[in-house]
Design a protein around this ligand. Structure first.
Ligand SMILES: Cc1cc2nc3c(=O)[nH]c(=O)nc-3n(C[C@H](O)[C@H](O)[C@H](O)COP(=O)(O)OP(=O)(O)OC[C@H]3O[C@@H](n4cnc5c(N)ncnc54)[C@H](O)[C@@H]3O)c2cc1C
Length: 459
């Protein structure tokens, strides 16, 4: 049906229109998580805002479902939908840095690494996540956290403005001066309000060298290593961010062959302050026990930002369960170690991210992202290759989460929610902001045109 309609769109967009069977269709329709298998009716690879406007107006006039793909990393596959018109933003990856005013303008199809690469030219950075191939749009709209969160808050706390194509197909600016309600909702409420075409980020001096990397030990050392993580994290300066994880050791060149596939515990650390201070701060990690691998060294910040990329390839099967935590209790650590021993695949992991700091200092109502009582995030991350292993891996993630969720703040991260998590989990992610978000949604998207997201349409 859509094929007949498309003639009307062809003359209005400059970017390629890709249909099932065309070269590039599979690349656009597939997302990071291979559990998601959906087929949009057509894909427009937008070249700029004018293409986005044309698509929104066309979808509206023809009552087509619209989906937007940034980096395609959303675990629930929110970037793709059956029979939809997909706006694939991956050709819109420009970044302009105004070093004097410490602002970067990034097009919405950028991956995190695109922004880090350009801002680091000037020794600047904004808060991005831990895997450089993730899209900035989805990450920022849902909140966003990474190694710099302890210093400068959620990614969305660093946004100074966004350009948005509304449901009417008009371009508007969202900032604290212009359309402040929309600006409030876009910083945490997901893609509910329009198609974002550009994002402005405040920048901070970082790097270009930092002290960062990872140290790993056999899982038998987990009680001591996690006690070190717990006590160090509790008193670490905001320049230092720690992440603890347990998983089977990956076949990484920095780990000896004998440990590959065997259970390990690791601490990732990134100190973004002066190098000597960083080395002092991480010394207790490097000195602890008998590590099987240690690549915690001075390195370029941009390299740190892509250190985990190889462990998270597109095309694997993934299923996550997540919670925010107020602290790391010894009782949680005990259960965490027990559950990590039950991981069902060579790629599964249990991760504890430290985030306490700047995000807790802003008022809960600062933006839609909320959850300003979060000090840590727990991610139970099942990852495997064989569809025959789906049930076992999903069962593991759910049961580990069930065992640990009593330690939660009660909040969870919007951007980590899986396909099977319903409105009650969206509510847990958006908390008190949900009511205000519903009002903003009614104003900016009264017909719920933008619904391939954690939808907040009040009905
Ligand atoms: C390997 C991996 C590592 C991750 N690490 C982190 C991390 O360190 N920190 C963190 O905070 N999160 C992290 N995440 C979660 C991440 O924030 C979400 O997966 C996020 O949705 C990814 O954004 P994306 O653009 O790639 O998503 P997509 O899947 O492309 O889109 C996600 C949602 O955003 C909407 N959207 C996309 N583009 C636009 C647009 N231009 N305008 C309006 N709406 C749009 C889509 O409609 C969809 O609802 C990680 C995810 C993965 C898979």
């Amino acid at each position: 049906m859509i094929g007949e309609l498309l003639d009307g769109l062809r003359s209005r967009v400059k970017g390629p229109i890709v249909l099932p069977g065309d070269d590039g269709y599979e690349g656009s329709r597939t997302v990071w998580n291979a559990m998601i298998d959906r087929r949009p009716a057509a894909v427009v690879r937008c070249l700029g805002t004018a293409d986005v406007i044309a698509c929104v107006q066309f979808a509206r006039a023809n009552k087509l479902l619209l989906c937007m793909k940034g980096g395609g990393h959303n675990i629930a596959g929110l970037a793709t939908a059956d029979d939809a018109l997909m706006l694939d933003m991956s050709l819109m990856r420009g970044v302009w840095v105004d070093a004097k005013n410490r602002v970067a303008h990034a097009q919405a199809g950028c991956l995190l690494g695109d922004v880090d690469r350009e801002t680091q030219v000037h020794g600047l950075a904004t808060v991005m996540g831990f895997v450089s191939l993730t899209g900035i749009a989805g990450l920022t709209l849902g909140g966003g956290f990474g190694y710099l969160t302890r210093r400068w808050g959620w990614t969305s706390d660093n946004v100074t403005g966004m350009d948005v194509v509304t449901a009417e197909g008009k371009v508007v600016r969202a900032s604290s001066e212009e359309n402040p309600d929309l600006f409030w909702g876009l910083r945490g409420g997901g893609g509910n309000f329009g198609v974002v075409t550009g994002i402005d980020y405040a920048l901070h001096p970082v790097g270009p060298e930092i002290v960062g990397g990872v140290v790993a030990w056999p899982a038998s050392e987990a009680p001591g290593v996690l006690e070190l993580f717990r006590t160090m994290a509790a008193k670490a300066a905001p320049e230092l961010t720690l992440v603890a994880l347990m998983r089977p050791a990956p076949p990484a060149p920095w780990l000896p062959k004998e440990i590959h596939g065997k259970p390990m515990v690791a601490i990732l650390a990134c100190h973004s302050g002066p190098l000597e201070e960083g080395e002092k701060a991480v010394a207790p990690i490097k000195a602890f026990g008998k590590p099987v691998g240690d690549v915690l060294v001075r390195r370029p910040y941009a390299q740190m930002q892509s250190l985990l990329d190889a462990t998270q390839p597109k095309g694997r099967r993934y299923y996550w369960k997540s919670e925010y935590l107020p602290s790391i209790e010894p009782a949680l650590v005990t259960k965490y170690i027990e559950q990590a021993a039950r991981i069902r695949s060579p790629h599964g992991a249990m991760i504890l991210f430290q985030m306490e700091g700047a995000l807790n200092q802003l008022d809960e109502g600062h933006s839609a992202v909320g959850n300003r009582d979060a000090h840590y995030a727990l991610n139970v991350a099942a990852a495997w290759d064989d569809p025959a292993e789906d049930a076992a891996n999903i069962e593991w993630a759910r049961s580990a989460w069930n065992d640990l969720k009593s330690f939660s703040t009660g909040g969870t991260y919007l951007n980590f929610l899986t396909e099977d998590e319903g409105p009650e989990r969206t509510a847990a992610a958006l908390g008190r902001g949900l009511k205000r978000l519903a009002e903003i949604k009614k104003r900016w998207d009264p017909e719920n045109m933008f619904r391939t997201n954690r939808n907040i349409f009040p009905g």
